[in-house]
Design a protein around this ligand. Structure first.
Ligand code: URA
Length: 434
């Protein structure tokens, strides 16, 4: 078999066999197939697509490219959750302790941020002492004791995805449905959970801008998961504007703690209840979504979800006192309000641009080697539908460097559209697949 022939076949729109896909993944993971040939194949896939069988074949080849976590030592149905990436998406920080407090074990492997989207692991690492690099036996032990763990995905899990994702990022081949689906599902399958809940984002801060494309991606992933015996459900959710108000690592931890205390933003709470009730349903902890929602709302109200958050943070070495004392989290040296240039009603807050501004401040990675600043970011004061007076703060920028602040200020201003009429509210949850 020759890589040249595989590229040619896909370039001409023909179907690849499972053997050819396996040859590519094994050769690329081992280093026998060079980046330039892999990049050519990715671009051919970008234009020609993959059918359902090829996408499933690629997913399975990628999930078998490294270790596969065996979570069978943890009793109960293990449910994982994955978001395709958004701005201000601190859902995992609330959802993991919340679902664990309901008695459903959660072993979650999360990513770091890249580009304008944030990563859960970076957010958690803003908590002093928090360790995100646990080996599998330690992870299993913590889930058995505490019911919840969030770790960084190790290089041993789906290494083909790690390499391919980095290559896609620099070859303009990220936003392809079969490539995103195989990337996400290969990791989820290798991570070993019995059931998977996917949060597929649609909108200006997401890979899929149009809800119909997000549904296409959701259907592809659900089909793959169910084919390999993992019960999989996806929610397609809105990402036109950031979720909640805070964007930036430590700032998002503060907002997640507020949500666990019952004082969080309404959209964050609603998304956590929507995703969490599906997790409880798949785990057999609730008979239907409404029952799941009621259980979760009760756990938030009683403070048991917050207790579970403290317990899981402390189990991973983090300082649990952050829930009482926010000053223990990193704080930026410069805090500056951004005044509205005119009065009116906010029509939209472009999530991609706010994510870009947070990245310019240093909250996200320009490339994989970038060092990030855990203290900086943007806290929105106004979101779509809010009225604003001229000079009233639209947002507050948290910065460590005056030059970066200057660049970010412009981008935040460009993210806001101010008009006259109140805009139609955008749906938070577009629908569920299946
Ligand atoms: N998230 C992933 O894990 N992979 C992608 O390709 C896109 C989002």
């Amino acid at each position: 078999m020759r890589m040249y022939d595989i590229i040619l076949k896909k370039r001409d729109g023909r179907e690849l066999t499972d053997g050819e896909i396996k040859y590519f993944i094994e050769g690329y993971t081992s280093g026998d197939i060079p980046d330039y040939q892999a990049a050519a194949l990715l671009m051919a896939v970008f234009f020609q697509g993959l059918n359902a069988r090829e996408t499933a074949g690629l997913t399975m080849a990628m999930s078998r490219s490294g270790d596969r976590a065996d979570l069978s030592a943890i009793p109960g149905i293990k449910v994982d959750k994955h978001s395709t990436g958004g701005v201000g998406d601190k859902t995992t920080l609330v959802l993991v302790p919340l679902v664990a407090a309901a008695g459903v074990p959660v072993a979650k492997m999360s990513g770091r941020g890249l580009g304008h989207t944030g990563g859960t692991v970076d957010k958690l690492e803003s908590i002093p002492g928090f360790r995100s690099m646990l080996e599998l036996p330690e992870l299993i032990d913590q889930v058995r004791r505490v019911g919840a763990v969030v770790v960084a995905q190790t290089g041993h899990l789906a290494p083909a995805d790690k390499k391919l994702y980095a290559l896609r990022d620099v070859t303009a081949t990220v936003d392809s449905i079969p490539l995103i689906a195989s990337s996400v599902m290969s990791k989820k399958i290798a991570a070993g959970a019995d059931a998977i809940v996917l949060d597929v984002k649609a909108g200006k801060g997401a890979f899929m801008q149009r809800p119909e494309d997000a549904f296409g991606l959701a259907r592809t992933m659900v089909e793959i998961g169910n084919q390999v015996g993992r019960r999989t459900v996806a929610l397609v959710t809105g990402m036109d504007q950031p979720l909640g108000y805070a964007v930036g690592n430590a700032l998002e931890v503060k907002e997640a703690i507020a949500a666990l205390k019952g004082n969080g933003p309404a959209d964050l709470l609603e998304l956590c209840l929507s995703l969490g009730s599906v997790m409880l349903l798949l785990a057999g902890r609730a008979g239907n979504l409404e029952e799941g929602r009621n259980i979760l709302a009760g756990l938030l109200e009683s403070g048991r979800a917050l207790d579970k958050f403290e317990e899981f943070i402390a189990a991973q070495g983090g300082d649990r006192r952050i829930t009482e004392n926010e000053n223990l989290l990193p704080a930026a040296g410069i805090v500056e309000s951004l005044p509205a240039p005119r009065p009116g009603c906010v029509q939209a807050v472009h999530a991609g641009r706010i994510g870009r501004a947070a990245m310019l401040l240093g909250a996200g990675r320009e490339n994989k080697e970038s060092q990030i600043d855990l203290s900086v970011g943007v806290v929105l004061n106004k979101k779509a539908g809010d009225r604003v007076q001229a000079g009233e703060p639209l947002a507050v920028l948290h910065a460590s460097d005056a030059r970066r602040l200057e660049a970010a200020r412009e981008v935040v201003l460009q993210a806001y559209t101010i008009g006259e009429q109140k805009p139609e509210p955008q749906p938070l949850v577009y629908g569920m697949v299946p």
